[in-house]
Design a protein around this ligand. Structure first.
Ligand SMILES: Nc1ncnc2c1ncn2[C@@H]1O[C@H](COP(=O)(O)OP(=O)(O)OP(=O)(O)O)[C@@H](O)[C@H]1O
Ligand SMILES: [Mg+2]
Length: 195
């Protein structure tokens, strides 16, 4: 009796895990759409507060453990301590999540390098992956709304993550840049003013 029930229980918990993941994905999509609606209506506001960007990045990396292990991606993080400034916590979490989930989506099975550093004037956040990369002619447009590179049609997405990244970083008077060679990965670099 006991034995016959076990597979059903196991199957049940697998289904629950799957349902959990689907709910998480839907919540992510809804959040993205809400952010974009707010941006379009000029209603996305930032609430700057004193925060430690080094801790924030570390926490997001820990939270994204599951998608990263599902993508068989390994994060190599070099995080300088005490990179502090006055920024919007939720916004910067979104920036870090969007860039890291892109690395997991477009560079599965590879090592992803993440750096946090500070210069005299700026906090720097760099994500370097070794995935499919982005063709030169697509490198500007991927930051636009609903734009995706042709090479990523096999991966699901709305084409909003980088648009949101750029909007949030711009609201902080920071900058985003991208370097990529197709087939050799992509490097995204964010700079945020410290003061
Ligand atoms: N690390 C990366 N490597 C290769 N291509 C990438 C990478 N990050 C983004 N891209 C390309 O840029 C496009 C836009 O990225 P963006 O994050 O805005 O949207 P998405 O990942 O397609 O969907 P979502 O709205 O769920 O984030 C992607 O569709 C993909 O073509
Ligand atoms: Mg994305």
């Amino acid at each position: 009796m006991q034995k016959a029930e076990e597979p059903a229980v196991e199957g049940g918990s697998r289904m629950l895990r799957k349902a959990d993941k689907q709910v998480a994905r839907l919540v992510y999509l809804i959040d993205e759409l809400l952010d974009v609606t707010r941006i379009i209506n000029g209603k996305l506001s930032i609430r700057p507060e004193e925060l430690d960007f080094s801790d924030l990045v570390q926490e997001v990396i820990e939270d994204l453990g599951d998608p990263f292990s599902a993508a068989q991606c390994q994060i190599r993080a070099e995080i300088e301590k005490d990179v502090r400034g006055v920024w919007d916590r939720r916004g910067l979490e979104q920036v870090v999540i969007n860039l890291l989930t892109n690395a997991a989506k477009y560079a599965p099975g590879t090592e992803v390098d993440v750096h946090v550093r500070k210069t005299n004037t700026h906090a720097q956040f760099v994500v370097r992956d070794q995935g499919i990369g982005i063709a030169r002619e697509d490198q500007d447009k991927v930051f636009d709304r609903f734009e995706r590179a042709a090479t990523s049609s096999h991966v699901s997405g709305l084409g909003l993550g980088l648009y949101i990244v750029k909007q949030i970083v711009t609201m902080h008077e920071g900058s985003v840049s991208l370097e990529s060679t197709p087939g050799r990965g992509a490097t995204f670099r964010i700079e945020l003013p410290l003061a």
